[in-house]
Design a protein around this ligand. Structure first.
Ligand code: C5P
Length: 396
């Protein structure tokens, strides 16, 4: 999976820098092209000569070559890379990355990098445990960087604890896994419905539900990260996709969602029906605001909405895959499987209402996935919706 990949290896000034030579060799052996960028202090721990000999490329460390004045473009480097790995990453560099302190070539390159970034911290146990390090790593995670957690073991100080840089073999494995996942849906078109639908009563009132769209948008991001061309048909929500390649078709009502889906589905390879579609809509949407009447009650006549998943199930071709969601309060598995059959779905994701923290309007979820082809059930325990989404995508 690393063949032909362009990898920037950022090396900072920690004892674990001696392992960088091995990391470079492993990456090169797997066919990657490696460009080393070192901080000035990293050179105290491993020489640029060793690294340039292994990579076949001059090591970049300064903004300019001293004698010629040649400028090293961190912007070009950032665009060249398919991935940037910072190993070892010291507390100092992690702090600079988290706060944009671009005072060396490594941090400027990091700030310019468009590619995914992997950070393998290495430091003494007390530095690792300091709230400042915890906060900075949390910030890096919030920027979408991948933290390759340090292992526990004997440290250079002879103290034993958490802070050892992950072994080069494992860092390579993390990269391989990442690139395997990121090509899984390459060239596939995926349509995802997300969020609630609003069914108008009059110009200011509607019938809706508490769906936030978080699960649908997490699926959209995960599918895009797996290389798919993704369109979300979305009811009214405040979430946005994190991945800029995800297209959003904004709709309001079930009927509008049905129209958009019918138009998009024939071109899709996979459709995931994650929206909480209102089952009924007012028979008439008044074009003037309804006035409060003197009577104590009022009656709204509701008409059934189209079942979009079932509609698509009827026109689904053999080369297409249709995935639905279910939220059941009783006989969960029985009802979910029945739904899968009646709507002609290939796969159904059952939200576990029994698990606290799962379902509507939370950041976490726990689900079971059933397959029409008889594959065994996959249980995905409570985790962030982003991780649940990644797992669901890998089951497709
Ligand atoms: O029948 P039920 O609403 O429980 O089915 C849930 C599944 O069907 C979900 O995948 C949901 O997105 C989809 N659905 C739909 N259109 C509807 C109702 C549900 O696409 N009108």
């Amino acid at each position: 999976m690393l063949n032909g990949k362009h990898i920037i290896l950022g090396i900072t000034g920690g004892i674990a820098a001696y392992k960088s030579a091995l990391l470079v060799r492993l990456l090169i052996k797997r066919g990657a092209e490696v460009q080393v960028v070192m901080t000035p202090s990293a050179k105290e721990f491993i020489t640029p000569v060793t690294l340039s000999a292994l990579t076949g490329k001059p090591v970049v460390s300064e903004f300019f070559t001293a004698n010629t004045g040649e400028w090293h473009s961190h912007v070009d480097l950032g665009l060249w890379a398919d991935a940037m790995v910072i190993a070892p990453a010291t507390a100092c560099t992690i702090g600079k990355m988290a706060n944009g302190v671009a005072d060396n070539m490594l941090v400027t390159t990091y700030l310019s990098a468009k590619a995914p970034v992997f950070v393998a911290p290495a430091m003494d146990l007390d530095m690792m445990a300091h709230p400042s390090t915890t906060r900075n790593l949390e910030l890096l995670r919030s920027y979408g960087n991948h933290i390759i957690e340090p292992a526990a073991g004997e440290l250079a100080s002879h103290l034993v604890g958490r802070g050892r840089m992950e072994e080069p073999e494992n860092i390579v494995r993390v990269l391989e896994d990442f690139f395997t996942v990121s090509s899984r849906l390459a060239g596939k078109k995926v349509m995802i419905t997300a969020g609630p639908t609003y069914e108008r009563i009059d110009p200011v009132r509607f019938i809706g539900n508490f769906s936030t769209g978080k699960m649908g948008y997490a699926l959209a991001d995960a599918a895009a990260r797996a290389g798919a061309d993704v369109t979300v048909v979305s009811g009214p929500v405040s979430v946005r996709p994190e991945e800029s390649s995800v297209k959003v078709v904004a709709v309001e009502s079930a009927r509008q969602m049905a129209d958009s889906c019918t138009e998009i589905f024939p071109q899709a390879d996979i459709a995931i029906m994650c929206a909480a579609v209102a089952d009924y809509a007012p028979a008439v949407a008044y074009d003037r605001k309804l006035k409060r009447e003197s009577s104590e009650s009022m009656t709204l006549e509701l008409h059934r909405n189209p079942d979009i998943a079932a509609m698509l199930g009827k026109i689904k071709r053999d080369d297409q895959m249709l995935v639905g969601f279910a939220l059941e309060t009783d006989s969960e598995e029985f009802n979910a499987r029945r739904k899968m059959e009646s709507k002609n779905l290939d796969m159904i994701v059952l939200n576990s209402l029994a698990v606290p923290g799962a379902g509507f309007a939370t950041d976490t979820n726990a689900v079971s996935v059933f397959f029409a082809d008889g594959r065994p059930t996959a249980d995905i325990p409570l985790m962030s919706k982003a991780d649940v989404a990644r797992n669901i995508i890998s089951l497709l």
